[in-house]
Design a protein around this ligand. Sequence first.
Ligand SMILES: Cc1ncc(C[n+]2csc(CCOP(=O)(O)OP(=O)(O)O)c2C)c(N)n1
Ligand SMILES: CC(=O)[C@@H](O)[C@H](O)COP(=O)(O)O
Ligand SMILES: [Mg+2]
Length: 638
Amino acid sequence: MSLLENIRGPRDVKALAAEELDELAEEIRHFLIHAVARTGGHLGPNLGVVELTIALHRTFDSPSDRILWDTGHQSYVHKLLTGRQDFSKLRSKGGLSGYPSREESEHDVIENSHASTVLGWADGLAKANQVLGHWNRHVVAVIGDGALTGGMAWEALNNIAAAKDRQLIIVVNDNERSYAPTIGGLANHLATLRTTDGYERFLARSKDAVQRLPLLGKPLYESLHGAKKGFKDAFAPQGMFEDLGLKYVGPIDGHDVAAVESALRRAKRFHGPVLVHCRTEKGRGYKPALDDDADRFHTVGVMNSLTGEPLTPSTGTSWTSVFGDEMVRIGAERPDVVALTAAMLHPVGLTKFAEAYPERVWDVGIAEQHAAVSAAGLATGGLHPVFAVYATFLNRAFDQVLMDVALHKCGVTFVLDRAGVTGTDGPSHNGMWDMSILQVVPGLRIAAPRDATRLRAQLREAVDVSDAPTVVRFPKATVGEDVPAVDRVGGMDVLVRADEPDVLLVAVGTMAEAALEAASLLRARGTGCTVVDPCWVKPVDPELPRLAAGHRMVAVVEDNSRTGGVGWAVAQALRDADVDLPVEAMGIPEQFLPHAKRGEVLADLGLTPAEIAGRISAVLARRKGGGAAVPACEENHA
Ligand SMILES: Cc1ncc(C[n+]2csc(CCOP(=O)(O)OP(=O)(O)O)c2C)c(N)n1
Ligand SMILES: CC(=O)[C@@H](O)[C@H](O)COP(=O)(O)O
Ligand SMILES: [Mg+2]
């Protein structure tokens, strides 16, 4: 039996002899490469924290000591060491989540996979320990160098550093990368610290020599150890962390378990906030990952574990690449169009734009709020910024969209990739809130293209708007065949007309495909359906109420939260136009969605052609049976 197989929890990790740890690390790497090759997942980040995680669980007593992970994508090793070794269904329905999960384990705390929040969690937990007198409980926050570029991390650091008497341990997992090499002044500073022999090591090395001095030795060593910052800097820059008031320990080789353990034990003895700076390597121990300049196998699909080659190469064109190609064309015609990314240049499809116009694209780090405000500045300065970001990550920049971009009527275009159900990446990755939260932003317009042709057209319409924010959103999927329109009403595309229309079915974006199938099911039942694609879902097209008036009901299908979504906006527009019709708003219920494939989630939510048709038939039956008219926008389903 291997060492890893004998590990049921942290106690078993502690029980291992020091000389067994390298073997354990090797077994873990081998396990990760083969398991994640079968399922897909975050391979590179986890290969980089093998020794670090072993040392954490040997030094601290989880779960009474809290070990917290920022973003949580690098928590596979933590899972392996805390009794979860069945990775056969990683990120699949009913299998292990790709992130920490309280439901899975008492050792897990933060399930949220949005970066830069771990220090805030740690600040709160440390305060709770202090107030409740849990002096013997440690709080350890692991944060990557990328996540450290997020503003929230610095809000927390400001508070943590002020509390000299509150113990809290920050472990910086510094592998010099987010996806790509981490950018900014902070990254440069970390590089300085990384390359400087830590003051602690200087002291350790000189300790014997100094202490051997007769009489003066010990007092001299003590004064050296307690030396003021200026003196320390003479030997090794302690950097801004010490300036902030944090004790800095490092840099430590994050792949040397003994060294990390020693540093953590020193930190554990320190009664105040302390930062342990670990240098690690993303993709460590796996050549295909180390050779991957793009992102060191940050996320991989199912692949050949020997070569790292994808086993299920993506078939078809992704929405992301359609966007990326059109941006290059727009960039050639519009020298004022510039682009922004929050540490995800390649994943959001801006690689080609950056290659073509390197001086017109900025990676701002994991700093979506900054990106939105900087975009307001860029627009005010005479440019048209396109901020490409995953829909779920724009949530945190809502106030900046509202108060910096929209209030000042800035022409900024937000391109939201991964909009709608993403599925396997868990509850915090679904892009299911944008068309709800952005409904309240005055002047902001939202486009939800149904196919590649509409994406290209609507992106161009968006960058032509210079006095308001615009949003173009699309899912994580390959783009389907174009869906032609048979007519145009106002700004809306009519996809199907009925001779005797009973239902106006409003299909938002890529839900057009399901809506058209539902319409044909309804037609077979003798129910006439007009299917319309609003194209721009916000504001609701002024012609929609008039179009609806010729029907017996309206149904709206959207890959977004039903609460406050397009369905609600359509119902409001009908009421405002005194069109008294029932509106069946079909979207994602107000809940967090457990991880599963996108298709599985949509089926579970009833967003399938058969379910859509069934719900429409039920409303019509109630109407025909003289049942109480279904009030507009009443949510008819739990
Ligand atoms: C708010 C937010 N923006 C973007 C992302 C996407 N993202 C996930 S991991 C990652 C890079 C994280 O870099 P780092 O913190 O250094 O961790 P590493 O992967 O290097 O271990 C990014 C940008 C995210 N999860 N949350
Ligand atoms: C952890 C994180 O936020 C990213 O790595 C995300 O999981 C990537 O998602 P995609 O795989 O859809 O690009
Ligand atoms: Mg990193």
